[in-house]
Design a protein around this ligand. Structure first.
Ligand SMILES: [Mn+2]
Length: 266
């Protein structure tokens, strides 16, 4: 039994099925999804149903677009024209799919491998990141408790004052784990930066390159940064290869770093 980490699917259901149909994938292999299963691409409903039906075979950490779906489903924010997950909200099994998503973690750790959608603050050791994730997951699992976080967590609101009834540490955990790419000289996320590694603001770092990062001895597996593309290092594995933007969908076998990719066929 092997474990494959799979990059951001973004509703590209046909691409996902085409990738997984390859002979390299055994039916007993575990599938670790880096998050952002939904939105942007055309088949969020099929993708979400498929992964939910995989049961124990699949592990999914929540990405910012999965959180956005939870936020819209909770009535915390409104559906925007660019959101393509409308069919999930209208589906007969909507409640089960939303409950499945709500039950997903923000971070998974197995020995020295960590799965997270975007990244970690440099100051967080693995035990600290794990404790923070568990607290944030608890808040997200309870619909009433989750609502203010789902309203407030958006990247664009990161400089606004903290709304009432919100634990700043939980909000910070949700934001960093689902949104970080570049960080400032001081290590603070620059949430609106979506460009390439080379073009990042002067003096900033990729979160995984911040000097003295305390999780650097582990292998961090993540997605979220399509402009970064595929990156395979001992301490950082980036898997978002922009499937929903006519790029490719990437899977990497954790045991031997074998890479499988497919073109977007959605
Ligand atoms: Mn993302």
């Amino acid at each position: 039994m092997a474990t494959w980490a799979i990059g951001d699917v973004h509703g590209c259901y046909r691409s996902l099925r085409r990738l997984l149909a390859r002979r390299t994938f055994a039916s007993s292999d575990r599938l670790w999804f880096v998050g952002d299963l939904v939105n942007r691409g055309p088949r969020s409903l099929e993708t979400l149903r498929y992964v939910a039906d995989l049961g124990d075979r699949a592990t999914l950490v929540l990405g910012n677009h999965d959180l956005r779906l939870l936020a819209v489903a909770a009535g915390a924010v409104r559906l925007r024209p660019r959101d393509t997950f409308g069919p999930v909200l209208a589906a007969r099994d909507r409640d089960q799919l939303i409950a499945f998503l709500r039950s997903c973690p923000l971070l998974v750790r197995e020995e020295e491998t960590v799965l997270v959608h975007a990244g970690l603050r440099a100051a967080w050791t693995l035990p600290v990141a794990g404790r923070r994730a568990r607290r944030a997951e608890q808040a997200l699992r309870d619909p009433d408790q989750a609502r203010p976080y789902l309203e407030a967590y958006r990247a664009r609101a990161a400089t606004e004052p903290l709304p009432a009834g919100i634990d700043g540490e939980v909000l910070d955990t949700i934001r960093v784990m689902s949104l970080v790419r570049a960080v400032s000289r001081r290590g603070d996320p620059i949430y609106d930066y979506t460009g390439t590694l080379a073009d990042r603001p002067a003096g900033s770092f990729a979160w995984f390159d911040f000097p003295g990062r305390r999780s650097a001895r582990a292998r961090l597996v993540f997605g979220h940064w399509a402009a970064l593309g595929l990156l395979v290092r001992a301490d950082a594995v980036a898997l978002d290869t922009g499937c929903a933007w006519s790029g490719t969908l990437t899977a990497l076998r954790l045991e031997d770093r074998r890479v499988e990719q497919t073109e977007n066929v959605d």
